[in-house]
Write a protein that binds this ligand. Structure first.
Ligand code: IMP
Ligand code: MG
Length: 191
């Protein structure tokens, strides 16, 4: 079996379901943040598609900034240590900051980002995630204030989410089919 045989076993959330929910979430954020100075912070890369869609559903002005972090992953699990690869270019003090995330899995990455942003004294800081995995989590994990879909603890791809940088361009969210092999990256995929 080769890496190329990894595919999608089924569609979990269709393009239409995503569009409907993202529209609802955009309107809700617009209502909750009406008249406030808003900065959407997206953590690269996975959340770029969600950010691009939700910002177009919002009816209030908002600014955007990006952060890239590495959480020392090998394959699908996170170690909890964070390295900032790209920092924000905005001084967030005075902003109502909303972290726009693709998925809250272990929550360890988000936890570290949250603590860092909080230390910079934004006016408010909240978390908006498209997907929330129903699974046990270790320690105090930051809560998600806005959740698109709660899903089972399965590895999903599409709509920005990848497996080894593949599948980000799918317009739906699908379950990754590892063909019976454990979902860890081979040396070849990691290099
Ligand atoms: P966490 O720190 O375990 O919550 O996950 C951090 C990042 O891992 C997420 O922002 C995603 O980019 C990625 N990730 C976690 N679960 C999945 C998944 O099921 N599919 C694709 N990427 C995932
Ligand atoms: Mg990834």
């Amino acid at each position: 079996m080769t890496e190329n045989e990894i595919g999608i076993s089924r569609i979990l959330i269709t393009k239409e379901q995503i569009a409907r929910r993202v529209s609802e979430m955009g309107l809700l954020l617009s209502k909750d943040y009406k008249g406030q100075k808003v900065l959407l912070v997206s953590i690269l890369k996975g959340a770029f598609v969600f950010l691009a869609d939700i910002i177009r559903e919002m009816t209030i002005p908002c600014e955007v900034d990006f952060m890239a972090v590495s959480s020392y992953k090998n394959g699908i699990s996170t170690s909890g240590k964070l390295e900032i690869l790209k920092d924000l270019s905005t001084d967030i003090s005075g902003y109502n900051v909303i972290i726009i995330e693709d998925i809250l899995d272990s929550g360890l990455t988000l936890n570290e980002v949250y603590k860092l942003l909080l230390s910079r004294r934004p006016r408010t800081l909240k978390v908006c995630t498209l997907l929330y995995k129903e699974r046990p989590r270790e320690g105090q994990i930051v809560k998600a204030d806005y959740i698109g879909f709660s899903i089972n603890d399965e590895f999903v791809v599409g709509y920005g989410l990848d497996y080894a940088e593949k599948f980000r361009g799918l317009s739906y969210i699908g379950i990754c089919d590892f063909n019976g092999r454990p979902p860890f990256l081979s040396q070849k995929e990691m290099s």
